[in-house]
Design a protein around this ligand. Structure first.
Ligand code: EPU
Length: 417
């Protein structure tokens, strides 16, 4: 298993491009199932999760060509409507094929995702919504077996805001008969990016970007081309790293308009920020100030940025409180940050972070994607050497992270197993 070897200390300085968003790319790749015509994509990030989605779709018969960040997917002939356990267990977002398969083929067989490091993450809302649209769904041998002659429009109110739940229901609704109303819909920019692709494919969707999506089903969708939006979480992670290390960096090919909550908290932490339409410049020359956080659905503070801000708060001049309200077990980085000398205590879904003056390098273990990002940030600051093990978690969602950090002057290298 690869690991990162980091020699901490030193400011970050320079310019780096942000990649396409993982959490927009995954549903958009799944949307290729909705049409017999080709979907052409640019700015597709080269990530393990994207490769998993590619394998999943190719295993059903989707023809896929890929060159760099360009991808063309065509689902004209499928020979399977199954998402097998072996792939689903490595990536929960595989559930995103359920809605489109049911919508276009009236049938899907998707393995139930098993346990997950950050929380239980049930898919009951996906099922409830599809059932409201007339699907018959049962569980057999660990698989969701779903069937429908043709889905019909329905009014669906989800119990909580769910990102992939909204995306699945939206993809099912675009080919359903009549009107579907999705209330309490997720407003994440990645949901908006997916909705834009669907509209380009001929779908009728109103309320894009709001918590009420109104979809008038059509009989068929056509091909389209689309550029995947920039990854706001990767961008936020790089900015957090620079805020923790100090220095001045500029991130480009970014979308600051999707990053309000993160930018606001970085300012509160003492960073000075300038933004343009597609860039952010951050300068930080003081010890960070502590910032209190409460994770929430968009436009609130993203749970996917919680771990990285925890690393920043660990160094702050004072104490901060972090509430994680989305996932019940997303504090696994705390033990590891404490091994680097942080002073963090957890009580239920709250972490109390007492800032320390410095961290000291150690061997630490990544447990999930964003936890690994927090450990890398902490390692960049820690005195001496930090080895972040199980870096495959990071590779699921960050494209060439070591290269980007090196570009900013960080001393980080990948040690291949
Ligand atoms: N939930 C249910 N039932 C459902 C669906 C969700 O109880 O049927 C609960 C979840 O357990 C959780 C909350 O609702 O407590 C919100 O979960 P959501 O469904 O929004 O999460 P997700 O769609 O599975 C996506 C991202 C995550 C991100 C969350 C929250 C993708 C592929 N994944 O997951 O990204 O943390 O939304 O914003 O879009 C990551 O990139 O590191 C990551 C984990």
């Amino acid at each position: 298993m690869d690991r990162f070897l980091i020699r901490g200390g030193g400011e970050l300085e320079g310019r780096v491009d942000v990649s396409g968003a993982k959490n927009a790319a995954l549903p958009i790749l799944a949307a290729s199932l909705l049409s017999a015509e080709a979907l052409e994509l640019r700015n597709v990030p080269q990530l393990q999760d994207v490769r998993t989605m590619q394998r999943l779709l190719a295993g059903m018969g989707v023809q896929i060509q890929r060159e760099g960040d360009w991808m063309r997917l065509q689902a004209s002939d499928l020979f399977s409507v199954e998402a097998p356990y072996d792939l689903v267990k490595t990536m929960r977002a595989s559930i995103l094929v359920l809605g489109p398969l049911l919508g276009r083929f009236g049938e899907a067989r998707v393995s139930l995702p098993g346990g997950c490091a950050i929380g239980q993450r049930p898919v009951d809302q996906h099922i409830k919504g599809l059932e409201a649209m007339g699907a018959e769904i049962r569980i057999e041998h660990g698989y969701l077996l779903a069937r429908a002659d043709r889905l019909r429009g329905a009014r669906i109110v989800t119990d909580m805001v769910t990102v992939t739940g909204t995306e699945n229901l939206l993809m099912a609704a675009v080919l359903a008969e009549g009107e579907t109303l999705i209330e309490n819909a997720a407003r994440e920019p990645e949901v908006v990016d997916l909705a834009r692709v669907l509209v380009a494919m001929g779908a009728h969707i109103q309320g894009i970007g709001s918590d009420q999506l109104r979809v008038e089903g059509v009989h068929a969708l056509r091909g389209a081309s689309h550029r995947i939006m920039p990854d706001r979480i990767e961008a936020g992670t790089l900015l957090c790293a620079a805020a923790a290390c100090g220095g001045r960096i500029r991130i480009t090919s970014a979308l600051p308009a999707s990053m309000d909550a993160t930018l606001e908290k970085l300012r509160e932490a003492g960073a000075s920020l300038q933004t343009g339409e597609d860039w952010v410049e951050l300068a930080m020359h003081e010890r960070p100030l502590p910032v209190n956080l409460r994770t929430a659905p968009y436009p609130g503070f993203a749970t996917d940025m919680q771990a990285q801000f925890m690393a920043l708060n660990a160094l702050a001049d004072g104490t901060s409180i972090i509430h994680e309200t989305i996932f019940e077990n997303r504090f696994m980085h705390v033990q590891e940050l404490n091994r680097l000398g942080a002073n963090i205590q957890i009580e239920g879904n709250t972490a109390v972070v007492k800032g320390v003056r410095g961290l000291s390098g150690a061997r630490v273990m990544a447990t999930d994607l964003r936890a690994s990002a927090a450990l890398v940030i902490a390692g960049l600051v820690a005195e001496g050497e930090t080895s972040v093990e199980r870096i495959y978690h990071l590779d699921r969602g960050y494209e060439g992270m070591e290269g980007k950090l090196q570009q900013l002057g960080a001393r980080v290298e990948r040690v291949r197993a």
